[in-house]
Design a protein around this ligand. Structure first.
Ligand SMILES: Nc1ncnc2c1ncn2[C@@H]1O[C@H](COP(=O)(O)OP(=O)(O)OP(=O)(O)O)[C@@H](O)[C@H]1O
Length: 585
């Protein structure tokens, strides 16, 4: 291995300047100081390298040695990653914390290793293989963990000269030889480099979050990208945690990126207790948590999203749907700003480096729905869901604007709604989804032909209600016709009954597409019944005073899945009956 030394010449927070060998490269890993703190070269000038150090630099001195490794920041990919809690540079916090809750500086330990896995080969000696081909599998939690030929193996077909028989192996054991080259149960990958795929596919399947306002009005596709911008306390974390828990992704990678330590503690304490709703297993069996809180080194925060993405790509290549949830990308951008400031780069808007948007774009580009390389053919996806915390809730700031440009879904959270305790506080006028049209076919085929019509009915009512609200503010409710008064009331009911959803209620927390549709049908039947009655001469005030619309609807919203249809039918029958009495008089 290449191994050369330098000496610290300057220290500015997490950025260290060192003398370096002539062939030092950008993103090369270096061990800094006598404790060997992990760092990455971010700039090379003549014989000097600027290194961003991923650990606390307190105690480093001018003249301390730096070792340049000649290798890029990589992670060992293999069985054993699921269920782990890693720090921003991939060190296993759980394993490191076994002896002491504190990680001493300069500790280097891979996330996987040591454990033994039951390997089942599926190819034979003499077979010709190429990058990404599945050569065997092990069972990791409830997943078939496919062991793939490393992507770096020559693109032409190579001969498998030896393959290990079925048996127990550790991730460092060699399980086959290809053209005489030893292949281990794990493979290494540079976190900043996207893993190659055969081709990208259209995004035609939805990521079902179970949150009505998102799935029905602003759906996200599997392989798509979404941002959740929102001011302080608007519900970003609750929304993301609810998605992590309920979404139809096979594997979830949750990156606590620069959030307060106590918020991440909640995640670390809560998630291991949760059950997976789809499998009779703990939720953590299909999750990986990456914890890099605001009190941890800022440079590691910058790396944490690439680490999460690389692990996601690895499981995607096996043929799984992976969701990456980052809370929050604003703190990541702040880390980028801090490092850029220390490098004395020319600041762009609000002090962020000029390359903020292109860096973000490179990260978002790694999402998608793909055909993985290798045989047998398989598809997998990576969906990205990022929270954004704009200072003062101001959406015109650069990180929100970049999110707006780069992502397919914009789920804008609204401080005013959150203050009214309207949760999720998604502002339906500001939010959008670029996937709505392409996903229509899926919902029409898999849920109901009425999906699109009913969604449009609800959106129309909301829009009309909003315009009428503006008129009411000027001329008062009496200035409206009977039909308009009802439309305004209907939009209020949609807000309460449909758009609000309590993430902490056992029943309300998750609403599947069938129930999302059933609830829309109830609203449409309600609308038809009231309009019938109005057309027969009933007055809106009479109707409104007759019916405890909101209360009965709330009972429906919180009813058990199996009771919903009966309860909804009897609600509509009761309503029609009461309304017919009004016009019979
Ligand atoms: N869907 C929901 N159902 C019920 N309550 C909710 C929901 N979403 C948010 N809340 C309430 O709002 C509070 C704040 O939510 P959360 O911590 O997710 O906000 P945040 O935007 O992440 O805040 P911060 O900016 O501090 O990170 C929660 O503690 C909870 O009481």
């Amino acid at each position: 291995m290449y191994d050369d030394k330098g000496q610290i010449k300057g220290i500015s927070g997490s950025v260290v300047t060192s003398s370096c060998p002539v062939n030092t490269s950008i993103y090369e890993v270096a061990y800094v100081g006598n404790e060997g703190l992990l760092g990455e070269v971010v700039r090379v000038r003549k014989n000097f390298a600027d290194i961003q150090v991923y650990e606390d630099t307190t105690g480093l001195r001018i003249g301390d040695r730096v070792i340049f490794t000649g290798e890029l920041l990589s992670i060992k990919l293999g069985p054993g990653l699921l269920g782990q809690v890693l720090d921003g540079i991939g060190r296993p916090l759980g394993k490191l914390g076994e002896s002491s809750p504190y990680i001493s500086k300069g500790t280097h330990r891979d996330a996987i290793g040591g454990e033994s896995w039951s390997f089942e080969p599926c190819l034979n000696k003499g077979d010709r293989v190429g990058p990404g081909d599945i050569l065997g599998e092990v069972t990791e939690k409830s997943f078939s963990h496919r062991i793939m030929v490393p992507l770096k193996i020559g693109a032409g077909k190579c001969e498998m000269t030896w393959i290990a028989p079925a048996g127990n192996y550790s991730s460092d054991d060699v399980v086959c030889e290809i053209d005489g080259q030893a292949i281990k149960l794990h493979q290494k990958w540079n976190v900043r480099v996207p893993r190659n795929v055969e081709k990208k596919l259209d995004l035609d399947r939805p990521l079902i979050t179970g949150t009505r306002v998102l799935d029905v009005f602003y759906p996200l596709a599997l392989g798509g990208t979404a941002v959740i911008p929102g001011g302080f306390g608007t519900g970003k974390t609750v929304t993301q945690q609810s998605i992590a828990r309920w979404a139809n992704a096979d594997i979830v990678i949750y990156i606590g990126c620069g959030e307060r330590g106590n918020e991440m503690t909640e995640v670390l304490e809560e998630f291991p207790k949760l059950k997976d709703v789809r499998k009779d297993a703990p939720l953590m069996d299909r999750m990986i948590l990456i914890a890099n809180t605001s009190n941890m080194p800022v440079a590691a925060r910058e790396a944490s999203i690439y680490l999460g993405m690389t692990i996601a790509e690895y499981y995607r290549d096996m043929g799984y749907d992976v969701a990456i949830i980052a809370d929050s990308i604003s703190r990541w951008a702040e880390a980028l700003r801090e490092i850029s400031g220390r490098l004395e780069e020319m600041p762009g808007e609000e002090g962020y480096p000029a390359y903020l948007a292109s860096r973000l774009a490179r990260y978002y580009e790694r999402s998608g729905n793909v055909v993985a390389l290798g045989n047998p053919k398989r598809t997998g996806s990576i969906s990205v869901i990022n929270a954004i915390s704009p200072p003062g809730g101001d959406f015109s700031e650069p990180v929100t604007q970049a999110g707006l440009r780069l992502s397919g879904c914009f789920w804008a959270l609204d401080k005013a709604l959150a203050t009214k305790r309207h949760f999720p506080s998604v502002n339906w006028t500001q939010s959008y989804s670029l996937y709505t049209e392409t996903l229509n076919e899926y919902f029409v085929t898999h849920v109901s032909e009425q999906w699109v019509l009913l969604r449009e009915f609800a959106l129309r009512a909301l829009n009309e209600g909003k315009s009428l609200q503006e008129i009411v503010q000027v001329v008062g409710r009496d200035g409206l016709t009977e039909d308009e008064k009802w439309t305004l009331k209907l939009s209020e009911l949609i807000n309460i009954f449909y758009l609000q959803q309590n993430a902490f209620d056992v029943i309300d927390a998750y609403c599947d597409p069938d129930r999302q549709l059933a609830m829309l049908k109830t609203l449409k039947s309600l609308d038809d019944a009231v309009k019938d009655s109005l057309s027969k001469g009933a007055l809106f005030e009479q109707i409104d005073s007759q019916q405890a619309f909101a209360r009965d609807l709330m009972d429906l919203r919180l009813s058990k899945k199996e009771d919903y249809e009966d309860m909804s039918n009897s609600y509509i029958m009761r309503l029609r009956n009461d309304l017919s009495n009004l016009t019979a008089v």
